[in-house]
Structures are given as structure tokens and as C-alpha cells.
Design a protein. Structure first.
Length: 751
């Protein structure tokens, strides 16, 4: 998605467009070396949309004139993943037709095909508009009327086009129906007793549709393509639908299932049977219906094996033979459908003859395990590297399951076939050699198949591998992710909340020694209020937004209002949420900033005209806001009690029991105090014991403190004081003067 829309002239109408497609081809030679090239496509093909090419170096070939290094491809991938705010925009050097834009030519970064000019623009995540450009994949893979690729050879091919549709929201259950896993979108079961919500019209309810709108926009092209394309012309699917229709039409008829070892023997007999005269009676004969359906089921099964490259005799047919096998099956389906009065099925199957490229199918990926990546609005995986590793290994498990399911889906011995192919791919990928991968794989395998009858049989090998040492952290993550099923008896597991997940990791003795400082902070806050653990994330987000806004202001000018709003918001959020139990810095400025060394409170003595500079250290007690605080004031100035022209310099330490809440009146505390005058004054003591009490306002940013310095009235200055103070001085300076930020730590200087 281009940040700034481009104008295009289509049929004399000027329209704006931000959506672009970059077609890339990955080619691998016989030695295993790969390279990316751009092959020209017809921009008039509506399946492509708006095509642009990455700049690169010439190949010398007219049909694929540009080759690219991996950096250019990675930039394009990052641009396609650059979700606004979370990730930065990316500049892409690309080519576009000269006639479509009148902007001046920029300096060449690479080379462009003839008739195109080099351009440079900013791009962001294309998933905002369309996350599944299946139409583009189809146009690139299949030869069409605009195609100049290997069309002639492909048009004679009998192989099926298979498209893998990756969607992490599709979950499968461990329950088995007719040997197949239940696959569906993840959802909570409906509550029959639930009453409809009252209709409201506030801002939140008015904007509620946005979540669904974003999700729908990502799948809109896929939706249109499936409705208007040729995805329903699968011959095998027509055979299944016909068998289902026959069961409904002839409820007393038990349809025969062909024997596996007799399939190939049946085919000549079935050919003769369909060439014979079935008669012209108005009532279909059960024997004819049964025999014809058995032949169609057998032929569809054999065709499916050819499509998947696993024929019974291990001898793949030539493409022309597969095409002929498909055409014969279509004829059989049409004839039986017409014979039994299923006219709509007959017409639908007949249309399949017009598709010269044969069958095509979308393979839906599915996910069994909850994943951490779906937490925190799809950013949970960024919390720690071990979280991303678990999600990666869970994806490997799902891929292996998907391969086995693809091969064994229509096999009569599906359970045995699944177990065999899972084991083959498991060994081929070398998973047993990786302790983390092996831990996740075997855990999920047991979760998904342990309740079935096949685990102690076909999956008995998993018990041997399970005796190996497991990865402690991967095991802890898996145990924390799998809680109770979505509903009683269901095998699909909903992901826990981030708070529940972190709490589960702690109970599983998760080893955070090598974890990020970010995760360690979250561990400390996991048992607090659910919002509280977001503090480390809020800290980073607030810093990032303010820094980016400051840099943008330096380049573009202005932005003072936005910066001020972000400053106030950050100050409030960090005041609202407390991060540490015990910390050298109780302010909202980060520990590593130089501002954190400033006094936490600056106060004036409204009664005696003094000045206080104070630092705090504290310990939280429980989760209700109670604290044990030590307030140290090394520099304090007071007028002498004997003469208003004399100043008393002293230091003081207060030991306070405090409670902090939120709102206008947000804190109070009291406790004893010790003071030490810097010199010995006449008729007074250097060390005195007194007491103080304070009240904090507006998130404890402003304080009124009253106290008595000496119970025995032996303090050399004013014995009673009333201080008016500003609290969290480091936070005010840090958030209010972002241009003056800095750190003694080079790695933290930007924050």
C-alpha cells in the first residue's frame, strides 16, 4: 500500500489508488542456487490489479528482464508487513509505466524495463486492504489468455492446481468425524440463555464495526474470487456431492463402498457398464444407481491419488492420460445425475468440461495449538524470543499435519496413512535432533491424537522419542497455553489471556535467566491488576511515540500540539501504573535516564521560607496501594528560630507508611522523621526526632506536607513546617522536555 495515493486514468476517468502488486519469481538451478527475478505480466489482466516491478539488474531476457538481490526482496517484504504505528514505513525503489505518472525522473537506483521509469515512494502494510491476494497467485501460476509463459504445455497438463491458503484463525479440533479432523474458525459456543445486548449509540459502540471491517477488507478479494471464479469445478467434489444427493433421494438404498484392492480391476467393467443401455424408465433402478455410484466413487478415488502423486501401483500416468481419466469421470457423473433427476448436479459437472486447465483446489491450513502471537492484539510474540520459537515449532507441527492430511485425506485407511506420513516427515526434517522442536512436536502430537484409538498403535514410536530429555521452557509454554477446552467435550483450546499465560509460566518454573529485560519486568507484575503488567509495554510505546514525533517535528516543523498531548498522556499513564516493588527510582522517568537522578520532590516551606530537595525509596506492601517509603532530604534550608536573618541548613529522613490511589486526592502518608543540622546551634540539638504527614493530589504530583521537626522543641530552626511541593520532578522533566533526554548508558541514549 503506497502511503500517498497515485492517480490513474482509466477509461477517461481519473481515479486514486494505493494498492500495488509486486510479482516476483524464485528460480532454483540444478545446483540448488536460487535467485529472484521479475517476469513481465500483462497489466491489463484484472486479476493482477496495479502491477509494479522492483528495480534491479538486467538479466538479458525479454520475458524476465530484472533480477534482484535479497536486500531488495526483504525491503518489499518489510513494506508489506509495515503495520502503521507499530512499524515504520519503507521506501521502495520501483518501476512504473511512463504514461501513468507525470512526476519527474528520480536518480536511478537500479534498472527498469523499457517503457518504464524508476520511482521511489513510501509504502506500508498491504494487509490493511487485502491480506490474501489469491487472485494474483492464480494469475501468476496458471496460463491465461494474456499469458506468454509455458501455456501450451500447461494447457495439456492433467495435474491439479493446488493453492495453499494460510490463515492462522482456522482452528481444528482433536475430535474426529468419519476419520477427519473438525476444522472451523475459532469461536466461543453460543449461550442459549444469553439475552441480546441493549442497543447504544456512544462513540465506542459506533466504532465497534471497525474490527470486522478490517477483517473483511483483508478477505474481500478472496471472497470475490471464490464466488466469481472456477473453484467449484472440481470433479472429485462433484462426485462427492452426487453421492450425498443419492443418499437423500434414496433413503432405503445402501450405497456400496468399493473394495480397495479391486479398484483398478473395476475400471474396465465400469466403462462397459456406463456404455450399456440403462433403459428409459421414469423410476431409477436401485441396482443401477448403486453400481454406477460405486464406479464413480472408485474412479474419483483413483483420480485423487493421481493428483496427489500416490497412485496404487506407484506408476504415475502421463498428463494426457489423467486428463482423459478426468473427462470420463465427468461423463459418468453427468449421466448418473441425469438418470436420478439431479439436473443441477448434472449441469454443474458438465461445466467442468469447459475448464481446459483441469481441477484446482484451495488447501486451508489449520492450527491446533493456541499461539502466543495471538495475544496482545497479535503482538504477544514480540515479548520474548522463546515465545516466537514456540510458535515457530507449533507451525512446523501443523505443517507436518497438513502434509499428511493432504496425502491421506481420501484414503480408506486414513488413520494409518496419517500416522505413517507424520512419522516420515518428522524424521525427514530432523526434528528428533532438536530438543526444543521435539518437545513441542511430541507434546502437540499427544494432545491431538492421545484420545484416539491409533496412538498406542500407529503412534507408538512417539513414546520412544518422548523418553528423551525435554526442553524445560518449551514444555512450560505448552503447559501454560493449554487450559480447559472451549466447551465440555471439545478438543479446541482457546488461548489464555496474557496475564493467565504469564502466571502459568511462573507456576511451571519457567527459566527467565536468558529472557529479555522486558519479560523479566512482566514476571514481576504478573500477579497484580491485569492492566498493571502492561506497564513495560506502555513505557516503551510512550517513549517511541514521543521520540518519533520529535524527529518528525525536526524535519517537518510544527507538531507542538501533538507532542504536548503525547507528553501529558505519557505522564498520566506512567503515574497511573507502578512498575517496581523496590526501586531506586519511584518517578515516571526511566531508571537509565539522567533525569532519574534529579530530586523526586522540590518543595518550599510556606511557614518558614525554606527549600527542600528530596529523593524517595520505597517498597510496595500488597496490591491495595500501601507502601513503605523512605524520603531522604540531604539539602534542606530553614530560617533560624532565633533570628529571621539566620539560615539553618540540615538533612532529614522521613519513614512513611503511605497509600497511593488515583484521582484528585491520590495519596497520603505519615510517619516519624530524623533531622540532623549541619552545625551545632546554641540551645538546640543536632539530632532531632519528629513526625510528618502529607497528602498528594492529581496522581500525587502535588503535595502538602506538615510536620514537627522535634518533639522536644530542640530544633534550631522553625519547629513546625508546612511544605508545598511538586512531586515526580524527573518525570516532568523527562516527558516535558524530550529534546533534552539522555542517558549515561550508550545503548539507552535514544530512549
Amino acid at each position: 500500500t503506497r502511503v500517498d495515493a497515485a492517480e490513474k486514468d482509466i477509461a477517461g476517468v481519473r481515479v486514486h489508488n494505493q494498492r500495488f502488486v509486486i510479482p516476483l519469481t524464485l528460480r532454483v538451478n540444478g545446483l540448488g542456487y536460487a535467485r529472484f527475478v521479475s517476469c513481465l505480466v500483462d497489466s491489463e489482466d484484472p486479476a493482477f490489479g496495479n502491477v509494479m516491478y522492483l528495480q534491479g539488474r538486467p538479466t538479458g531476457k525479454a520475458d524476465c528482464p530484472i533480477r534482484h538481490d535479497s536486500t531488495a526482496v526483504m525491503n518489499a517484504i518489510e513494506a508489506s508487513s509495515a503495520f502503521p504505528v507499530a512499524f515504520g514505513r519503507k521506501h521502495l525503489a520501483y518501476c512504473e509505466p511512463v504514461v501513468e505518472d507525470e512526476m519527474g525522473v528520480i536518480e536511478l537506483v537500479g534498472l527498469c524495463p523499457d517503457g518504464m521509469r524508476p520511482m521511489l515512494d513510501e509504502f506500508i502494510d498491504g494487509g490493511l486492504f487485502d491480506n490474501i491476494p489469491l487472485g494474483v497467485a492464480k494469475a501468476l501460476a496458471e496460463p491465461g489468455e494474456w499469458g506468454t509463459g509455458p501455456g501450451p504445455s500447461w494447457s495439456m497438463s492433467g495435474r491439479r492446481f493446488n493453492y495453499i491458503y494460510l490463515d492462522p484463525t482456522i482452528r481444528r479440533s482433536v475430535q474426529q468425524e468419519d476419520g477427519s479432523a473438525i476444522i472451523s474458525a475459532e469461536a466461543q459456543p453460543p449461550d442459549e440463555k444469553e439475552e441480546p445486548e441493549e442497543v447504544t449509540f456512544g462513540l465506542r459502540s459506533q466504532l465497534r464495526f471497525l474490527g470486522g471491517a478490517i477483517e473483511s477488507s483483508r478477505d474481500y478479494e478472496l471472497y470475490n474470487l471464490l464466488r466469481g471464479g472456477d473453484w467449484t469445478n472440481q470433479v472429485v467434489a462433484h462426485a462427492d456431492r452426487l453421492s450425498e444427493a443419492l443418499v437423500q433421494r434414496f433413503p432405503d438404498l445402501v450405497l456400496n463402498v468399493p473394495a480397495l484392492d479391486q479398484l483398478q480391476v473395476m475400471m474396465p467393467e465400469c466403462g462397459t457398464f456406463f456404455e450399456s443401455d440403462w433403459g428409459s424408465g421414469k423410476t431409477p433402478q436401485p441396482g443401477i444407481v448403486n453400481q454406477a455410484n460405486e464406479c464413480i466413487v472408485a474412479s474419483a478415488y483413483l483420480l485423487e491419488l493421481e493428483y496427489k502423486g500416490t497412485p496404487l501401483d506407484q506408476q504415475l500416468k502421463r498428463c494426457i492420460e489423467i486428463t482423459r481419466q478426468r473427462e470420463i469421470l465427468i461423463d459418468w457423473i453427468v449421466r448418473l445425475a441425469a438418470y436420478t433427476g439431479e439436473d443441477r448436479l448434472a449441469v454443474g459437472a458438465s461445466r467442468s468440461r469447459n475448464d481446459k486447465l483441469g481441477d484446482r483446489r484451495i488447501l486451508l491450513s489449520s492450527r491446533f495449538s493456541p499461539v502466543i502471537g495471538e495475544m496482545m492484539q497479535a503482538f504477544g510474540g514480540f515479548v520474548d524470543s522463546s515465545f516466537r520459537e514456540y510458535d515457530y515449532y507449533a507451525g512446523i507441527y501443523d505443517a507436518i499435519w497438513g502434509i499428511a492430511n493432504f496425502v491421506c485425506e481420501r484414503q480408506f485407511d486414513r488413520e494409518t496413512c496419517m500416522a505413517r506420513h507424520i512419522k516420515q516427515t518428522y524424521d525427514a526434517l530432523g526434528i528428533p535432533a532438536s530438543q526444543p522442536a521435539n518437545t513441542v512436536f511430541l507434546y502437540l502430537l499427544r494432545r491431538e491424537f492421545a484420545e484416539g484409538s491409533t496412538f498406542q498403535g500407529e503412534f507408538v514410536w512417539a513414546n520412544t522419542y518422548a523418553e528423551q530429555t525435554t526442553d524445560k521452557n518449551m514444555q512450560a509454554i505448552a503447559n501454560s497455553l493449554f487450559g480447559e477446552p472451549i466447551s465440555v467435550g471439545d478438543g479446541s483450546y482457546v488461548a489464555p489471556s496474557m496475564t493467565a499465560f504469564i502466571t502459568g509460566l511462573i507456576s511451571e518454573d519457567y527459566d527467565s535467566t536468558d529472557s529479555s529485560a522486558f519479560l523479566k519486568r512482566i514476571f514481576k507484575l504478573s500477579d497484580k491488576d491485569q492492566l498493571t503488567w502492561y506497564y513495560p509495554l506502555t513505557l516503551r510505546a510512550s517513549n517511541r511515540l514521543l521520540i518519533l514525533e520529535r524527529k518528525e517535528g525536526e524535519v517537518m516543523g510544527g507538531g507542538q500540539v501533538v507532542s504536548a498531548g503525547l507528553t501529558l498522556g505519557a505522564l498520566y499513564l506512567h503515574s497511573y501504573m507502578q512498575e517496581e516493588d523496590l526501586t531506586l527510582n519511584v518517578s515516571t522517568a526511566p531508571d537509565y535516564s539522567w533525569q532519574s537522578w534529579l530530586p523526586d520532590e522540590i518543595a518550599v516551606d510556606a511557614r518558614n521560607g525554606g527549600l527542600d530537595l528530596s529523593w524517595y525509596q520505597g517498597l510496595r506492601m500488597g496490591s491495595n496501594g500501601w507502601r513503605w517509603d523512605v524520603k531522604f532530604t540531604p539539602i534542606q534550608l530553614n530560617h533560624s528560630g532565633a533570628s529571621r536573618d539566620d539560615y539553618v541548613w540540615f538533612s532529614q529522613a522521613d519513614f512513611l507508611i503511605s497509600r497511593k490511589t488515583h484521582g484528585v486526592f491520590s495519596a497520603f502518608g505519615l510517619g516519624p522523621s530524623l533531622s540532623w543540622t549541619w552545625e551545632q546551634w546554641p540551645n538546640s540539638q543536632q539530632l532531632n526526632v519528629g513526625a510528618v504527614m502529607y497528602a498528594g493530589f492529581i496522581e500525587d504530583k502535588f503535595r502538602i506536607t506538615v510536620g514537627k521537626t522535634s518533639f522536644r522543641d530542640e530544633f534550631s530552626g522553625g519547629n513546625y513546617f508546612v511544605n508545598l511541593g511538586i512531586n515526580d520532578v524527573p518525570g516532568f522533566v523527562y516527558w516535558g522536555f524530550s529534546e533534552a533526554r539522555g542517558s549515561w548508558w550508550p545503548s539507552k541514549r535514544e530512549w
